[in-house]
Design a protein around this ligand. Sequence first.
Ligand code: DLL
Length: 432
Amino acid sequence: MIWNRERETLSDSKKEAIQGELLKNQIKRVYGSIPFYKEKIDSSGLTPEMIMSIFDIKKLPFTTKDDLRDNYPFGMFAVSTDKIVEIHTSSGTTGKPVVGGYTKKDIEIWSEVMARCLAFSGTTENDVVQNAYGYGLFTGGLGVHYGARRIGANVIPISGGNTKRQLMVMQDFKSTIITCTPSYSLYLAEVGEEMGIDFKSLPLKAGNFGAEPWSNNIRKEIENRLGLLALDIYGLTEIIGPGVGNECRYKCGVHICDDHFYPEIIDPDTGEVLPPGEVGELVITTLTREATPLLRYRTRDITKLIPGRCQCGRTSVRIERIMGRTDDMLIIRGVNVFPTQIEEVLVNIKGIEPHYQIIVERTGTLDQLEVQVEMNENLISDEIRRLEILESSIRSEIESLLGIKVKVKLVEPKTIARSEGKAKRVIDKRNI
Ligand code: DLL
């Protein structure tokens, strides 16, 4: 179902006209209300009047995460504090968090784009949405909540964690839609299977999974084990939270709500704008955000724009699922490695679970990458020799994909920590 047919199926020319008008207004607002942007625009030799259409966006300077940190907490706010009705922050663990402010209108917009995202997975007013994203400063819980309310679905604000209670609620309240991180959905599957729950007999029909990178193979695993349609939802605190975009049931890229968020892909080293199909860093400009608008924000997320139209009828720009982040990308002996590449290999191997962790260490001047993977219960009783053969076959598959030497260690079932939110895949012990 398309939630907002008029806005989600705009012709190119109409969309460009709308985006252009919104951008012009946005530039004037940020220039007049955020000293940081006034200075930045002035020093790049521009005036707000020089931005006349959406195609002029390329002239604007970028905004980085460091800019947000330098202006922490409220230096990037475009409205006075009495207009703010809610605040959220990023879930990052290093340094000061990123702060997003919302006016009443921002919450309206958030509800609208999240309603669109939930409609991608078929959510209607008849559905029961079990919202297992964390409520609180993290945007996941309340963002999904607002969208589900906008649709008129019955939302269960269970938040993250307390897995047994999640499973009880899922059965007793007859949840039809589940929203959580992909890694947590697999944990729900694991605990549910141990309790003897037959997920396929439950009314669960779909889930919007996101907030962390995941692969297509993990999607298959989630779909098979939970018996539902698993779609990717993307977003970030800086832009609005969840609701920036979502996959449709054709699963061919994340549709961006591009009448609110304008996406570009750049070469992260040079800043040059790349054409559709080329992989680079996603940059987003908020066209309608009132409280914390951002111009050309460098997300650090790596993806590409997908050319062409989607069969679902929406005309929104699509991006490939996020491959990783520029700051998650490991550079091991000069080779770029994303955890999702390793995940793709692991999920296809029998005898192991999709729970893994990547440990990076430096011995002398050499980086060592070790992949720890859980074996499953059936394998654990196997003789050592067979386990060694499995380890070495996993190793050679990863090595042939990445082109570097790695260590693989099979670990006992359930020894890798499960997460109720974003999974921690990489432990980087290097001091660099
Ligand atoms: O994770 C917002 C969110 C909540 C999205 C619930 C989807 C569902 P932050 O905590 O600010 O916001 O983290 C944003 O998480 O820049 C990406 O690196 C990553 N991320 C978010 N969604 C996806 C996804 C929320 N579908 C950061 N695939 C982003 C891959 C994702 N990475």
